[in-house]
Design a protein around this ligand. Structure first.
Ligand SMILES: [Fe+2]
Length: 281
């Protein structure tokens, strides 16, 4: 990691330390206590995958592994774009509607301070993979096509990313340096809106309803990328706690059917071994 990178900076380190503090210990079982633990855990996962994207970009380019690397990188960025979209569309309006308070609208406002460079990075990674020569394997990215509002973004807002040239890992890093501190700051500050004191206003039966909606939402994604991304991002003991799955899914479907589909992507993840028979035990 370059010494002048945003990931080597003090602000980044301080924010990560705060998130790790909130995510300490086992998952709380009381609904008003779970949100700050769960959201910090999710945010750490997103940030770590983005950091890995930054860290491995040059290695992947020099070692002719861009098909796999850009697949991993696109998923890292899409996870966070989709997370924010779901918070804006469902989670925070649902909290506000059923709590009688609304400290969450500021979270949505903050999304717009970094969403454009983040979404343009998604387009850049996807475009760079699509235009590789020879074509990558598998050719098609497993994540959904970006929506029209992202596809139509004015690309001149990311002047460091040249869509007419082959993937440039150094340009991508400089682009990330320009917004990662704002993003990480947001992902840290958001936790202050999810404290037990605030979440006690959100009724338990509505919490159950929201969790059902979240489950349906996650199940709609192709598990070959969505579930495998989760598997390879966290320690297997934590994974079993946050995503309890039937034995056959965890021990058979994941290692033998889903994992092999994009196996090269996950070599850039923190826990690629979690997609093996031994790793899912
Ligand atoms: Fe969040």
């Amino acid at each position: 990691m370059p010494a002048d990178s945003v990931f080597a900076g003090e602000r980044y380190k301080q924010n990560m330390a705060i998130l790790h503090k909130f995510a300490e210990g086992p998952m709380p079982r009381i609904h008003k206590n779970v949100w700050q633990w769960e959201m910090s855990t999710a945010h750490i996962c997103f940030i770590e995958n983005i950091e890995r994207t930054y860290a491995y970009a040059v290695w992947a380019t020099e070692n002719n592994d861009l098909g796999n690397f850009l697949g991993f990188a696109e998923i890292a960025i899409v996870q966070i774009c989709k997370h924010h979209q779901f918070e804006e569309d469902k989670i925070y309006p649902f909290f506000a509607k059923h709590s009688g308070i609304d400290p969450w609208s500021k979270n949505v406002a903050e999304h717009h301070t970094f969403s454009t460079p983040l979404e343009l990075l998604w387009l850049y990674l996807r475009h760079s993979r699509e235009t590789l020569s020879p074509p990558p394997k598998p050719v098609t990215s497993p994540v959904p096509t970006p929506p029209e509002e992202i596809l139509s973004l004015d690309r001149s807002q990311a002047p460091l990313l040249d869509f007419n040239k082959p993937f440039d890992p150094y340009a991508m890093r400089r682009h990330m340096d320009s917004f990662m501190d704002i993003l990480t700051q947001h992902l840290t500050d958001e936790i202050d809106t999810l404290t037990p004191e605030i979440m006690t206003h959100f009724p338990q039966e509505k919490d159950k309803e929201l969790r059902k909606m979240m489950e349906e939402h996650f199940k709609a994604y192709d598990p070959a990328w969505f579930l495998c991304s989760a598997f390879t991002t966290v320690d297997i003991t934590l994974l079993k706690e946050i995503i309890p799955l039937p034995f056959l899914v965890r021990r058979v479907l994941v290692p033998f059917i889903l994992g092999p589909k994009y196996s090269g992507f996950w070599l850039y993840s923190k826990y690629p071994q979690n997609l093996t028979w031994a790793g899912t035990a």
